[in-house]
Design a binder for this molecule. Structure first.
Ligand code: FAD
Length: 551
């Protein structure tokens, strides 16, 4: 394993040379889709010595993998659907994910209020959570705790006392899905894989009726390329069926896409002490999760048949969540005008006759076509590592020339630094304040840098210290430069949406700096004024899409 180097060049300015190299190779494995599933497969395969290429049509994690609730969890509610296997697998994966990338997957206490006419009563909640803790082998000192009404209100004074009866607190983990995806892709490259964003598969190539490669268009230039591989895996999430149709192999089970939205409220509008898992009016349950300057709440679950590339939060979606918030918490009747940002994503679930969106299984499904194309869809962010293991096992089994190496990701440190748990990162956050020689670092910015970039925050601060730009732009410029050089950003949206999460969690910083951000990109890629203008307009369109809710 070559995991000692933390960062290797991943700058789209040099992508042409990498494309030239990739064109000449015949890969053991080509992966379509740079969401968490594709990323996990790339890392697993590279660690087992397979020559691996991943291609993503827009940006890494631009599909569902930046639109989740951002929890690494077993999914308490799936117990109701008797999905014990899924809950056990994902429940156990929580601790593995924390161990392997602690700054991005960290413990989060979840409060489940027991309310009048709620989904759970005290008995069913205790039973479910005890079983949940047992399945996930949660250590005794971290298991559920029950609180009476008074203690619950001490913990979370915002809960509506007129419906509250008691509560249970249990352990979950929180993450940032898009950053988790990019870190896994970076790790896969450290281990020898290559990956391109803005590289869309438009067709397959075949040798004796078997898929033997992909025809792509490079969205950054319009150039067409062919990449060859002994095995092609489609991890295209909601687009999996489109690729099965392209391969003329779609038969049997198919996907059912359901939409889930989240709304973001300023912290002062919903100042929660901890994450809360609570009832909506239709018997579903929502999460309200405080994160830095905001609290985000979601999610809905409705059938979706619209444009897969443009999924937005409507007034109906937002009001569904707001109604639940206004009922559960003693807040000042929150309305759409209080929402600062939103995101909406699609669950690629497997269709089952007669079931509503919330009843559909969250298990993953593997399709193998007679053209040898392997497709995987469904599943959870949390279960990405085990899904990858199953796929790479299958790829190795199907190709006798590949080494019979077992999965190595269980104890693999995705972020190769010396800090072992979240507490160590919290200590590290404090040191960032003193490492900053030139800028006015705020405690928020130190926390943000450490929890987004891990120990690479130090690298970003060093880059900022060496810049001649006046403060505080130097720090932002350094962060952008880091993401351009080491995280394959191509458009400003890649940075402010998926690398930094600022679009959701600190949108004010985008409003204030959009010209500066676009200019930094323009200088890096040497855009002409026309391209710069086009990128700026595109960025503003993205910002409006998430912050202005329309029907
Ligand atoms: P995606 O992330 O959609 O990746 C597929 C990629 O394939 C896309 O980036 C797409 O651009 C690319 N692609 C498609 N076609 C092509 C092509 N022709 N060429 C190249 N690339 C292509 N799970 C959890 O564990 N915890 C949660 O808290 C959680 N919350 C959720 C909340 C919501 C609202 C939703 C919708 C899901 C949630 N999930 C959660 C589930 C989880 O987010 C998904 O299971 C996971 O992100 C799916 O990842 P994926 O890589 O399979 O798909």
């Amino acid at each position: 394993m070559k995991s000692e180097t933390m960062d290797i060049n991943f700058d789209n300015k040099q992508r042409f040379q990498r494309i030239k190299d990739a064109k000449t190779k015949r890969f053991d494995l080509i992966i379509i889709g740079g969401g968490i599933t594709g990323a996990g497969i790339a890392l697993d395969a590279a660690l087992r010595g397979l020559s691996t290429l991943l291609v993503e049509k827009t940006d890494f994690a631009a599909g569902t993998s930046s639109k989740s609730t951002k929890l690494i969890h077993g999914g308490l509610r799936y117990l109701k659907q008797l999905e014990f296997g899924l809950v056990k697998e994902t429940g156990l994966e929580r601790a593995v994910a924390h161990q392997n990338i602690p700054h991005l997957v960290h413990p989060e206490k979840m409060l489940l209020p027991i309310v009048k006419k709620g989904t759970f009563n005290k008995f069913s909640a205790v039973l479910a959570i005890s079983f949940y803790d047992l399945l996930a082998k949660v250590p005794a000192d971290d298991r559920r705790q029950s609180f009476n009404k008074r203690k619950t209100l001490n913990l979370e004074p915002l809960l509506n006392p007129s419906i509250l009866k008691s509560s249970i607190q249990y352990s979950e983990y929180r993450t940032d899905d898009a950053r988790l995806t990019i870190e896994i892709i970076k790790a896969s490259r450290r281990e020898g894989a290559d990956a391109f964003n803005y590289m869309e598969v438009q067709d397959f190539i075949y040798t004796e009726n078997q898929v033997s490669g992909v025809k792509c268009i490079d969205r950054t230039t319009g150039e067409h390329y062919v990449f060859r591989g002994n095995q092609v895996v489609s991890a295209a999430g909601p687009w999996v069926d489109k690729l099965r149709v392209l391969d003329k192999s779609k038969k049997g089970k198919s996907l059912q896409l359901t939409k889930g939205v989240h709304i973001v409220l300023p912290k002062e509008k919903l100042p929660l002490n901890s994450s809360v898992y609570f009832d909506a009016f239709d018997g579903r349950m929502l999460f309200a999760i405080p994160r830095g300057k905001v609290t985000y709440v979601g999610t809905s679950d409705t059938n979706y048949e619209g444009n897969l590339d443009k999924i937005v939060c409507t007034t109906k979606d937002a009001n569904y969540i707001l109604d639940a918030v206004n009922h559960m918490f003693e807040v000042n009747n929150l309305t759409i005008s209080d929402i600062t940002s939103t995101w909406a994503g699609l669950r690629p679930l497997i269709h089952e006759d007669g079931k509503s969106p919330s009843e559909l299984s969250r298990k993953d499904e593997i399709f193998i076509s007679n053209t040898k194309l392997i497709s995987i869809a469904g599943g959870k962010l949390t279960g990405y590592r085990k899904m990858a293991e199953r796929i790479v096992d299958l790829v190795i089994k199907n190709n006798r020339t590949l080494p019979k190496v077992k999965c190595m990701t269980k104890n693999y440190k995705i972020h190769a630094d010396s800090l072992v748990d979240y507490n160590a990162y919290q200590e590290y956050t404090k040191t960032l304040l003193s490492e900053d020689h030139k800028l006015t670092m705020t405690p928020y910015r130190a926390w943000y840098l450490a929890t987004n970039y891990g120990k690479n925050a130090t690298k970003i601060i060093k880059m900022a210290n060496s810049k001649s730009t006046v403060r505080p732009e130097a720090l932002l410029a350094a962060e952008i430069e880091y993401c351009l050089r080491y995280e394959s950003c191509y458009e400003p949206d890649d940075f402010f949406n998926r690398r930094s999460g600022r679009l959701y969690f600190d949108i004010e910083s985008i409003y204030q700096n959009i010209d500066f951000i676009v200019k930094e990109f323009s200088n890096h890629f040497e855009w002409n004024p026309e391209t710069e203008e086009k990128m700026k307009a595109k960025s503003i369109k993205f910002i409006k899409e998430v912050s202005q809710i329309e029907d």
